[in-house]
Design a protein around this ligand. Sequence first.
Ligand code: HEC
Ligand code: HEC
Ligand code: HEC
Length: 294
Amino acid sequence: MKKLVFLVIIFLFILVFILANTIPKTQKIETPQLGKKAPPEMATPPPSSLDLLYPPKTEQPVYLFRMLGMATPFVGIMVDLFENEPQNVKANFDKFKVQYSEVSQLVPEWEKDFPIAPLEELEKALENGGQDKVMTAYEKVGKVCHECHEVNMVKVQQKYHWRDFRGIMTKDPLTDEKVNFTQLMQYLNTSFIGIIVDVEQGQSEKAQKQLQGFKARFQAMEETCEECHGAEERKYYIDESVKAMIDELGRTISSSSVNKSAVEKLFMNIGMESCFKCHLVHTPAALAKLQWAK
Ligand code: HEC
Ligand code: HEC
Ligand code: HEC
């Protein structure tokens, strides 16, 4: 029973932890009031003008590709400096400057985050400065990139490169009800914890029934992976080693005298290797989206 409580606490803990980190700090201590302090940048979605630069509005993630395009001449400056090719350094700088200016226009809210001064400083240093000046100026431009990435990169990834879990629909195999991914999780959780609750109460037959339900729901969950991952096989969370533990759990609860500590150990391992680790990968994006949808 202690392990069960522990596991439930872990689940609640991660969810609370993630939520706590996505909710603006000020909101936790005082009731939010309209017109008061704006929430910290990290907790807000990226500007919606980016919608025009990402699928479904465009075929490709345009902003990402422009970033990659801009990075090539920027890094090229450094490559050619080390290779001692001043002509190419200059050519890369010119390309970079054009791209920097174009990219800065793409998202009006971020235009101010592409200051022109560091660029001009780099241009001057490349023309007539020594190596130290060039390096200092180059780093200042790099800082411009880094400062925006620190705040915005993950948000953009979560918004545009992750699908919404709640938009994934399936059928709950036990009730035949049409459910979204989150509801399926809640049902899966009920079946999973149902197993251990019944074992603790010495109700072996009911525990076996819960396990059958758990397996069916686990299978339903597994079928949702391809919504995002396509036919690509994933090695973790639903792989053979997890399934072997589920089968082992089935055998352990069906034996004539149920070994409770063996059950608890298996239950714990499934919870960690499948549920918990998959949550570590997938819930940050899922819950960030949920916050922004509010
Ligand atoms: C894809 C990997 C993945 C696996 C494997 C997984 N989950 Fe989840 N789970 C998620 C995601 C993503 C969410 C958040 C969904 C949302 O609300 O947007 C979630 C949410 C939950 C929630 C919270 C639901 C709510 O109402 O907020 C519970 C409870 C849960 N999972 C239980 C489990 C259990 C139990 C297992 C293992 C038997 C499991 N999950 C396996 C991805 C996974
Ligand atoms: C105003 C914000 C902003 C500035 C300034 C900015 N970037 Fe970005 N950058 C982003 C965002 C947002 C992403 C994530 C795009 C995505 O994943 O779709 C990104 C992604 C990238 C990537 C792709 C990383 C990956 O995931 O593979 C590279 C490379 C990059 N930026 C280079 C640069 C360089 C070089 C500069 C500076 C000269 C720069 N960026 C300045 C916002 C910015
Ligand atoms: C809503 C979309 C979505 C769903 C549904 C989803 N994933 Fe993912 N998952 C992602 C994204 C995005 C990544 C990070 C990029 C990547 O690896 O493709 C990821 C990463 C992973 C990784 C880490 C990379 C690796 O392959 O080692 C694993 C493992 C994984 N997912 C397994 C699963 C499993 C198992 C399921 C179903 C139970 C599942 N995912 C369901 C979106 C999803």
